[in-house]
Design a protein around this ligand. Structure first.
Ligand SMILES: [Zn+2]
Length: 89
């Protein structure tokens, strides 16, 4: 049932709800692992650490959707992010 799971960006955890949001490979094809904010033309758009990425995301995800506050958002992301492909050691 793996296909039923919602895809999320393996860098910033943003839900990839439509193919328009997929990143792009160097050859112009879609990269379904990452969103187009994180991954463009075959490389990551910014060279940041996982912690920096989380801080960048906090203002966007803590307005009640999906998380109701900055602390909750940060805590949730600290659990999710280390499992994402980009940050997995
Ligand atoms: Zn992303």
């Amino acid at each position: 049932m793996e296909n039923m799971e919602m895809k999320i960006c393996q860098s910033c955890a943003m839900p990839l709800e439509s193919p328009d949001l997929y990143g792009t490979n160097a050859d112009g094809s879609k990269n379904e692992d990452y969103c187009n904010y994180c991954f463009k033309d075959g490389s990551f758009t910014s060279d940041e650490t996982m912690e920096q990425m989380i801080e960048t995301c906090v203002p966007f995800v803590s307005k009640g959707n999906p998380w109701p506050g900055e602390e909750t958002a940060r805590k949730a992301m600290l659990e999710i992010f280390p499992n994402l492909k980009r940050w997995k050691k």
